[in-house]
Write a protein that binds this ligand. Structure first.
Ligand SMILES: Cc1cc2nc3c(=O)[nH]c(=O)nc-3n(C[C@H](O)[C@H](O)[C@H](O)COP(=O)(O)O)c2cc1C
Length: 303
């Protein structure tokens, strides 16, 4: 059985689409059956609309890609007017998490406050870790700033509040503890790593923003490790994300402590990737002695 109750809601599969790689759901509706998945995480929503960075915004690398989209999004009002209605009207089984980003504590709080009375989504994934915008990593790399942010957002909502951790710290475990202490309901691990691709012909960075975030298969072991550390240091449910292409990749995260997983970059190679991972997990769970995904979570023998 791969169905699970997490954050007070039913997830019919542990597999979700990762933020920034599935738009706002509608973009994938003609390609895959979104309702067969556990759900999706929207592209980041900020208080004001953001145009994003200059091109190129993505570059392929060995083992993954580098992106610097720059958090392009229609802003809070635009999201409510143009994106949320589709999610509300078309998804009844798949759970929706809204990825939230801001430049200041007030920004984040205003987005959550503005969304909280709306229908069509379960909760929030707070992006404290975007390496592609100026100041974007501040909250995720400073325990005191993170504590203040989580405390403030907690005061704005009773919905599930999931903090997406950055791997760009000495020990993710310390940040997991801060989130738990300040009342978060869960963690996502991990966001991307800073990276750069040089165009040797022009001797310029290939990405318009110069640097970007590295994602894809190359970061799988880092994500699994971060998930394991987060689970060692907190009792919060963890959503594992980073480099997942197959059911066995996802199972690594689950055994390391993730109860849900997200598929990102792999969907750019094959839009069916998340569905394949979900179906593959169902087969793996059926073959395991536990026969239930919940019993496999954290089943790693690391003694
Ligand atoms: C093009 C692109 C855009 C992304 N945008 C966001 C975003 O808006 N918010 C966020 O929290 N993470 C964002 N991410 C990070 C992913 O959600 C995910 O954490 C990361 O890519 C690692 O997973 P993967 O290796 O499966 O892609 C983005 C990633 C990519 C590739």
């Amino acid at each position: 059985m791969i169905e699970q109750r997490v954050f007070g809601a039913w997830f019919r599969s542990p597999v979700l689409l990762a933020s920034g790689t599935c738009g706002y759901g509608q973009e994938y509706a003609d390609l895959i059956d979104l309702e067969s998945l556990g759900g999706l995480v929207t592209k980041a929503v900020s208080l004001e609309p953001r145009p994003g960075n200059a091109p190129h915004r993505v570059a392929e690398t060995a083992g993954g890609m580098v992106n610097a989209i720059g958090l392009e999004n229609p802003g809070l009002a635009g999201f409510i007017a143009t994106k949320l209605p589709w999610l509300r009207d078309n998804l009844s089984k798949a759970q929706v998490l809204v990825n939230v980003v801001g430049r200041s504590v007030d920004d984040y709080a205003a987005v959550v406050r503005g969304l909280d009375g709306e229908d069509g989504f379960l909760g929030y994934e707070i992006n404290v870790s975007c390496p592609n915008v100026k100041g974007g990593t501040m909250f995720g790399t400073n325990p005191a700033a993170l504590a203040e942010l989580v405390r403030r957002i907690r005061g704005e909502t009773d919905r599930p509040l999931i903090v997406k951790l950055t791997p760009n710290v000495a020990d993710v475990g310390e940040f997991a503890m801060v989130c738990e202490e300040e009342g978060a309901d869960g963690l996502s691990a991990i966001n991307t790593f800073p990276g750069m691709v040089v165009d040797t012909a022009s001797r310029r960075p290939l990405i318009g923003n110069r640097s970007g975030g590295v994602s894809g298969p190359a970061i799988l072991p880092m994500g699994v490790h971060a998930t394991w550390r987060a689970r060692q240091c907190s009792s919060l449910p963890v959503i594992g994300v980073g480099g997942i292409r197959s059911a066995l990749d996802a199972m690594q995260y689950i055994m390391a402590g993730a109860c849900l997983v997200q598929v990102g970059t792999a969907s750019f190679v094959d839009p069916m990737a998340a569905v394949r991972v979900s179906e593959g997990l169902a087969a793996l769970v059926e073959a395991a002695p536990e026969r239930s995904i919940g019993d496999l979570v954290g089943s790693l023998d690391d003694a």
